[in-house]
Design a protein around this ligand. Structure first.
Ligand SMILES: Cc1cc2nc3c(=O)[nH]c(=O)nc-3n(C[C@H](O)[C@H](O)[C@H](O)COP(=O)(O)O)c2cc1C
Length: 182
């Protein structure tokens, strides 16, 4: 079955480590016949959720930026890949800002039942456990807030500090292979 795969790359660095793992995953998923769209948050304008709850009446956010369109894409994707570098033991602010803005469609989170999720995380540290807090944040959103969503896998880019360092690590090939299984 051809799936709609939405890859959300939060790295501020085009060609950064998590961004490159997104490209590898995308390459594999395209080869497997899926429709793949990759979005770099750095190229989008996404403000912070202000908690105004205007969305409870409007069923969309009243801010005029790129978040509404992105949230709609998330709602209609079969597969969502969330990719972030670790910034001080957490996902980066770019990804968190988008996740917070999905609250505008909170009433429709039931539509995420069956949506498959992959997580891509990169960090300088070589210890995978140091990514636990980042993963917990991603899972809190995906697994605890979106009933029926399915976690397909986590791609750990540990020991990747300099831009592009991930190319020399086994995870670079692994991301491509996992993309083929999307
Ligand atoms: C603001 C900032 C905070 C970071 N915090 C951590 C950290 O807590 N632990 C860690 O191992 N690496 C940390 N790093 C390093 C990045 O996670 C690492 O370089 C990652 O591969 C960057 O991914 P990217 O190239 O996709 O942006 C930090 C980098 C920045 C810029």
């Amino acid at each position: 079955m051809n799936k709609n795969v939405l890859i959300i790359s939060a790295s501020g660095r085009k060609g950064g480590n998590s961004d490159l793992l997104c490209d590898q995953f995308a390459k594999g998923a395209r080869e497997a016949g899926h429709n793949v769209e990759k979005i770099r948050l750095a190229e989008k304008n996404i403000g912070y959720c202000t908690g105004c709850y205007a969305c409870q009446k409007l069923h969309k956010c009243c801010q005029k930026d790129d978040a509404n369109e992105l949230v709609e894409k998330m709602l209609s994707a079969d597969v969502i890949v969330l990719a972030t570098p670790v910034y001080f033991y957490s996902m980066n602010a770019q990804l968190k800002a988008l996740i917070d803005r999905t609250v505008s469609r909170w009433d429709d989170f039931g539509r995420f039942g069956g949506t498959e999720f992959w997580h891509i995380i990169t960090a300088a540290d070589e210890n995978r456990e140091m990514m636990d807090a980042t993963l917990a944040g991603l899972r809190g959103f995906m697994r605890d807030c979106m009933e029926g969503s399915v976690e397909r896998g986590v791609i750990y880019g540990t020991g990747a500090y300099e831009k592009g360092a991930v190319v020399k690590l086994p995870v670079y090939q692994e991301a491509y292979e996992l993309g083929k299984t999307a």
